[in-house]
Design a protein around this ligand. Structure first.
Ligand code: GRE
Ligand code: ZN
Length: 269
């Protein structure tokens, strides 16, 4: 069983390397700060378009992990092109958010920390035989994670709303429901412009923070309302059987990590 960690002062990001001593040796961590001007324009990224070919039934379950909500599924999503040569398959998506409107995203672009960040996690089926093997590989092409940042607007995001309506059913850690097919379409969680993105090599942003991630951070943002952010903050990090504490996941983003000489690329001029 993994040791307890969360986003509090006692068990939060500043303590993770004491809870998990292996973390001290990791030098290529995520998230990071990105400046568009300093990212290198890389025309090769546009030679083969980054194709995200998905079918509608890949979102199969919705679960409270105790750290976020997570939509998981298998199969039928194949990504090729852009920064990668191998084939990747959809595994899960989840979100990170903050306690107020001035925080929430993990990556910070051009000094803007947005209110939330969606992570669509895919794994390398060419080189690995299971998602777990890909995640713990510490090879930067084990996972390909697509990140979408959010702007806060007065109107609900209808795509997100379909999921948010279901969150009361997974209020507690460990609770999981099956999604009816077509309730959630992965395609609706991607921005319209999928050609403009930043990319760099880094890590998972949660323990064990394996350095197995090729990040693709879309330039276009999606919208979320204040009401919807508040619904996310009502998810609990405790089990239903846990009578003593009933804490909510008020925030679940990791602070910025040092770049340590990594190159950051962009696909657009
Ligand atoms: C996370 O837990 O936040 C996470 C994953 C996999 C890839 C990236 C990431 O579970 O941030
Ligand atoms: Zn994440």
């Amino acid at each position: 069983v993994q040791a307890h960690w969360d986003y509090s002062s006692l068990f939060g990001p500043n303590m993770w390397s004491r809870i998990f001593p292996d973390l001290k040796d990791r030098k290529f961590q995520s998230p990071i700060r990105i400046y568009t001007e300093q990212a290198e324009y890389e025309p090769i990224l546009t030679r083969y378009p980054l194709i995200f070919d998905t079918v509608d039934d890949c979102c199969q379950t919705l679960e409270n992990t105790g750290h976020t909500f997570q939509v998981s599924g298998t199969g039928h999503t194949y990504i090729t092109g852009g920064p990668v040569l191998d084939e990747f398959q959809f595994l899960q998506f989840h979100m990170h958010w903050g306690a107020n409107e001035h925080e929430g995203s993990e990556h910070v672009i051009d000094d803007v920390r947005s209110v939330a960040e969606l992570h669509i996690v895919t794994w390398n089926t060419t080189q690995f035989s299971t998602p777990q093997e890909a995640a713990i590989s510490d090879q930067f092409d084990g996972l390909l994670v697509f990140a979408v940042l959010f702007n806060v607007v007065p109107i609900d995001n209808p795509t997100l709303e379909q999921l948010i309506e279901l969150l009361p059913q997974i209020a507690h850690k460990g609770q999981k429901i099956t999604l009816d097919s077509n309730v959630v379409s992965l395609r609706n969680f991607m921005p319209k412009n999928m050609e403009d993105y930043y990319t760099y090599s880094g890590s998972l942003t949660t323990p064990m923070c394996y350095e197995s991630v090729r990040w693709v951070i879309y330039r276009e943002r999606m919208n979320i309302s204040r009401k919807q952010l508040n619904q996310l903050r009502k998810l609990r990090h405790t089990c239903a059987s846990d009578k003593a504490v009933n804490g909510c996941i008020k925030k679940n983003f990791r602070p910025l990590m040092p770049i340590n000489g990594r190159r950051i690329f962009r696909s657009f001029r």
